[in-house]
Design a protein around this ligand. Sequence first.
Ligand SMILES: Nc1ncnc2c1ncn2[C@@H]1O[C@H](COP(=O)(O)OP(=O)(O)OP(=O)(O)O)[C@@H](O)[C@H]1O
Ligand SMILES: [Mg+2]
Length: 349
Amino acid sequence: MIRRSILILYSLPNPFLPDGSVDIFGPKSVLLRLQAVKEALQTRGYAIKTLRMEKELSPMVGKILRSGADLIFNLCEEFHGQTRMEMNVAALLELLYIPFTGSSALVLGLSQDKGKTKFILAHYGIPTPPFVIWPPGEKVSTSRLRKPLFVKPLREDASLGIGNDAIARNSFSLRANVDRIHRLHHQPALVEEYIEGRELNVSILGNEAPQVLPISEIDFSTLPKGLPKICGYAAKWVENSPEFHHTIPLCPASLPLKLEKRVREVALQAYRAMECRDYGRVDIRLSPEGIPYVLEVNANPDISPDAGMTRSAKAAGLAYPEMIGRIAELAWARARSSKFLPEDTAHES
Ligand SMILES: Nc1ncnc2c1ncn2[C@@H]1O[C@H](COP(=O)(O)OP(=O)(O)OP(=O)(O)O)[C@@H](O)[C@H]1O
Ligand SMILES: [Mg+2]
């Protein structure tokens, strides 16, 4: 019996944040996730190798090909510290014809651009907050949007560039926020209507018949007065901050049955509209009128042991090694069914 072998390909983030300060959280979380995924796959009986994606491409290609891996577990969120090149790593794997976990290069690129995502969602009639895109150096009118507004970088994730002042209640704070994003992030700002309401994360596993996992909610009820009810940078990363301690994930979220069904339906539509593969997470704000507004679709979302996706999987009865194993198996089955692999390269376990 030949054990299937998996190469975990990972990348380290840019050591500096856009404001020039050292990123003390990013690299640590990548290494913890790498270790956890490695142990999970070993538990499932796979032979595991790991490889860090580096800038010099020819030796990288050689190392990937020589690894002889049956599958690549793609944990790369950037290339040479640049998150906008996350898609390029997947594109390289596509060119090498090696099956890999998660979404295609195209989908990674599209979902990283929140504006492009929203155009696609809107095309399918999936609710998403009304918005405008404000590129650097341009004059843009936001008059058709209902205040307050929410301002964030068009192409970042992990709440980079989302501080407590991201909610703009007047034109002065709107301008200040947009200018800051142009200056620090060198990209357009996405200005959208702020959706007051519950924050829900819907994680999904699968391809032809995707499984919508139990909905997770961020409970803001204990946040000290004056702090906005959002999951910004501090809430996600700054461990000794009140934002971190008082944005509490609850899973499963308690929702009336009909509303829960609607949220799950909208999330699944968004996952399908974006053509996510294997696993994904849809971030939603539920308006007081009960409309689930999709904020963004995360293709290849965080799968650390403490991530939202893991929490939802656990609530569905999937322990961590099972969730990680399932992602690998989904990728494997997908590759075989699409005739991605010549039959004789597939090792039977
Ligand atoms: N239009 C909005 N209305 C209300 N809150 C919003 C809106 N847009 C963003 N937020 C808040 O900001 C958070 C981060 O926004 P978003 O999910 O779009 O960014 P991200 O950086 O890609 O996050 P992630 O860490 O999930 O990748 C949301 O979880 C939510 O709390
Ligand atoms: Mg999000």
